[in-house]
Write a protein that binds this ligand. Structure first.
Ligand code: SF4
Length: 360
């Protein structure tokens, strides 16, 4: 497994069996779309997310029937479960009783002190962290009045206000998000937050848009932060099937060498020299390697002109050659394969390599 290094120093916080922060891997999260009290649908959705590589899943908890469903959901899934609660401390207590692994709630919005204390006490007793979710769109009135409009400074001030409430109760298992739908604002807020405190940061550009535009916005913003070593867990917010969020998050982490044990694809942009149906082959191989848990680089090239040279970068690859393909391993030609069986042959070699990595 490749070591993830160069992270900014943050406090390690346990979320179920995982640790977020410290020098640990950046964790991929997503959120379900099903009504949480529809246990069957929520569990099925979580299983699909798990399969796609989601490591922590969040569910909305808008009412008591959702909070009551937590215990049933928790029993049927394998990854840590987070509940998203706004204001109502009773929902937090019920979800904690149901075995949830983390709650997202802003202590400053819970209301009376004794209610905050009750939630913190239950979280402490059950070793559950609290995520403070600062959102540019819902900053406290006093902060908005002070700054006039949502600013990065105002967002940090809001985070510090919620952090202080928890710290006063001797609670430090805190994770913080600083979301905004404006990319520049979100980046600035996260940068300032990373300077202001050392709690792990949950990255996200909120309401970023459709699968296409949201992928670009999220990658642009989160890319800047990840490159600087900021961010310990990510959620890509898309108006799309949440499985797509996981795929984008994983690919983003792979781009920065932050996903241990993930396979990556190198595929050529195609040109007039193309000898095979490169685009569909690349898509099929890309889909296949999503589930491969080994740091393998796979290349798919449209022709053999630059094939051996370009394929050197990859552990395994294929270059098109008039109705057939040259199969490469570490830049050396293994054999020629007909176009019809090319993808199957490549998949077999990928599996072999993955197996070899497992044995190491
Ligand atoms: Fe063109 Fe071949 Fe390069 Fe693909 S690998 S871009 S087909 S020259």
């Amino acid at each position: 497994m490749s070591e993830i290094t160069h992270r900014q120093h943050t406090r390690p916080v346990k979320v179920g069996p995982l640790t977020i922060g410290g020098n640990n891997e950046v964790v991929v999260q997503s959120m379900t779309m099903s009504k949480t009290d529809d246990v069957e649908a929520t569990v099925a959705e979580i299983h699909r997310l798990e399969e796609a590589g989601c490591q922590v899943v969040r569910v909305a908890c808008p009412d008591m029937s959702a909070a009551e469903a937590i215990a049933d959901i928790k029993k049927q899934i394998n990854i840590p479960l987070v509940v998203d609660i706004h204001f109502d401390y009773r929902l937090a207590l019920k979800a904690i009783e149901g075995g949830v692994d983390k709650i997202r709630i802003n202590p400053g919005n819970i209301g009376k002190r004794w209610k905050v204390e009750a939630v913190v006490k239950a979280a402490k007793e059950n070793n559950i962290p609290i995520r403070i979710g600062v959102n540019a769109g819902s900053l406290e009135k006093s902060i908005l009045e002070k700054y006039g409009y949502p600013t990065a400074e105002g967002m940090v001030e809001s985070a510090l206000h919620h952090i202080q409430i928890l710290e006063e109760l001797d609670f430090y298992d805190i994770i913080v998000s600083m979301k905004a739908s404006d990319v520049n604002l979100a980046v600035e807020a996260y940068e300032k937050a990373a300077q202001a405190f050392d709690y792990p940061l949950h990255l996200g550009i909120t309401e970023s848009g459709t699968q296409f535009s949201g992928t670009i916005k999220s990658s642009a913003g989160l890319g800047i932060l990840l490159h600087k070593g900021i961010g310990n867990t990510v959620r890509i917010s898309l108006s799309a099937d949440p499985v797509e969020e996981v795929k984008v998050a994983r690919e983003l982490l792979k781009s920065f060498g932050l996903a241990a044990n993930a396979a990556t694809l190198i595929s050529c942009p195609t040109c007039g020299r193309i000898e095979i149906d490169l685009i569909s082959i690349a898509n099929e191989v890309d889909e296949y390697i999503q589930k491969i848990q080994a740091p393998i680089k796979v290349s798919v090239l449209g022709c053999a002109v630059n094939g051996p040279g370009e394929a050197k970068e990859a552990d395994i690859g294929i270059a098109g050659a008039r109705g057939e393909g040259l199969l490469f391993r570490h830049g050396e030609i293994l054999r020629k394969v007909p176009e019809e069986t090319m993808v199957e042959e490549l998949k077999k070699e990928i599996d072999k390599l993955a197996e070899e990595h497992k044995q190491k």
